[in-house]
Design a protein. Sequence first.
Length: 256
Amino acid sequence: MPALTFSSVSKSFGSSEVISDFTAEIPDREFLVLLGPSGCGKSTMLRMIAGLIDISSGDLLFDGRRVNELEPRERNIAFVFQSYALYPHLTVRANIAFPLLMDRFRWWQHIPGIWSIERRRAMRLPEVARKVAEIAEIMELTPLLDRRPKTLSGGQRQRVALARALVRDPSIYLLDEPLSNLDAKLRSQMRIEISTMYQKVGKTFVYVTHDQVEAMTMGTRIVLLDGGIIQQQGTPTEIYERPANAFVARFIGSPA
Ligand code: ADP
Ligand code: MG
């Protein structure tokens, strides 16, 4: 079963339609890149997947279930933005542990017999510590665990943000231009790190970018959007070798 299924998904803000008739299937464990120029609707797509905004029409299925019938926590999504949004007063360790600690302190988890599924999700403190250590190892943050964000480089901060996304073992990772605030050298390094993380965790990724190099090097599959309309979808090689139209050829830089 595909991780995500979009059937004729459209989204309008007032009278302007920013996503039109988006139909695609994202198989489980795919690294899907949503690619397109600024303003084409990429972030809107991610926000619909995350359930942060409603779809206007069509169907968006999560493992075969309608997205709006699921509680946000049932979707178990990790969302990484371009601004790292770390807590400046907390150490790296506490930043990474934060989502797990929040799980423990949700008031309704303390009502006996209710929300038993949710209650089971809250980790005990030694488990939290073990999980943080494991994730820090994967993201090569172990030597930095006691530092605070302001003493870290941009790339290190982004790694902490990724680590924080990892701790809950999400089934889907949504990343919205996570590298766009980094310089070119760091960007190419982080491309490799995110690809490595994808291979290690073996989950579904939806990665938004306007950068065709990121799309071609990281994606197992690409959906190219322009003006809210899918121009082409396929593997990087398919799109590069057989661009569907002049826009695709120009955007990807294929031999025309
Ligand atoms: P991208 O992420 O590809 O740059 P967005 O999804 O952010 O594009 O935006 C697509 C279009 O939708 C843009 O024209 C933007 O102005 C518009 N848009 C996005 N969010 C809203 C909103 N909340 N209200 C009105 N228009 C919006
Ligand atoms: Mg955007």
